[in-house]
Design a protein around this ligand. Structure first.
Ligand code: NAD
Length: 245
């Protein structure tokens, strides 16, 4: 792995600032399960399409919100891990222009990354489907806990999470991410199976592509360099290799 880290360091020196594209794998070391890791991923127990889709929210809102509250209601206290921290240091040192993330957990911001594009939304707030109001996620979770469907305190409309559900339109952050990919000489993917469209197109559009992942990904064949390893360990070694103080 040492020589692969040196290779990645060379690419970053030559093509800085690169763009990082992260997935659920960067947060597993913080204790948040991803979707597709065998045994520990959410897919091992559920079909996320059945629970985290627009259709599920509309046709079975009680089931949707109970699932959502169980899996994403208690992430407030979760801390960034050394992978997130290393990415923040790479940005500060000028090796990264931004982190584009498919994650909704807010851990890149907590780690100190300044420019984060959340292409699948976030867990900070929910929004009303009938009026323009947004509220902290806790407003919805309290109602779920009380056995009610989350409704807008202002107009009584249904609330929904500010995450991108299967079947939703992509947010403006995705368009911004696509244009950043086109401007970047190098994209480094960390902890994503690259199986979720259209976020995975960002990897395919990259001029040069590096993939850091525990297992094979859908774009390994397209990559200039694949590092099969743990996100935290690999990124920490990269920061050391680049001698970032
Ligand atoms: P995924 O589950 O499809 O793939 C994660 C990949 O990361 C897997 O290939 C796995 O082998 C790898 N991985 C896991 N732990 C790793 C580690 N420590 N080091 C290196 N590699 C590791 O996730 P995805 O590609 O991001 O797509 C799934 C969707 O699920 C995304 O849209 C994302 O929004 C959502 N999701 C987000 C979170 C979160 O916010 N933390 C958690 C679960 C799912």
């Amino acid at each position: 792995m040492r020589s692969e880290i040196s290779q990645l360091a060379r690419l970053l020196r030559r093509h800085r600032p690169a763009l990082a594209l992260t997935g659920a794998g960067v947060s597993t070391e913080s204790g948040i399960p991803d979707f597709r890791s065998p045994e520990t991923g959410l897919y091992a127990q559920y079909d996320p399409l059945e629970y985290l889709s627009l259709r599920a929210l509309e046709s079975r809102p009680q089931v949707f919100w109970e699932f959502f509250a169980r899996h994403y209601g208690a992430l407030n206290g979760v801390q960034p891990n050394r992978g997130h921290l290393a990415l923040a240091r790479l940005e500060t040192a000028g090796y990264l222009s931004a982190v584009v993330t498919q994650n909704i957990d807010g851990l890149h911001q907590k780690a100190g990354t300044r420019r984060v594009l959340e292409v699948h939304g976030h867990l900070r707030t929910v929004r009303c489907t009938a009026c323009p109001q947004h509220y902290p996620l806790a407003v919805a979770l309290e109602q779920v806990q009380a056995g009610c469907l989350p409704t807008c305190p202002d107009c009584g409309g249904r609330l929904r999470p500010n995450v991108v559900l299967f079947g939703d339109m992509m947010p403006p952050a995705f368009t911004e991410a696509s244009s950043l990919v086109r401007q970047s000489a190098l994209v480094v993917v960390v902890g994503s199976s690259l199986a979720v469209s259209p976020a995975n197109y960002l990897a395919w559009e990259a001029r040069r592509l590096v993939i850091i992942n525990r297992e094979m990904t859908a774009a390994d064949g397209e990559a200039d360099l694949v590092i099969r390893g743990e996100a935290g360990e690999t990124l920490t070694a990269l920061v050391e290799e680049l001698k970032i103080p």
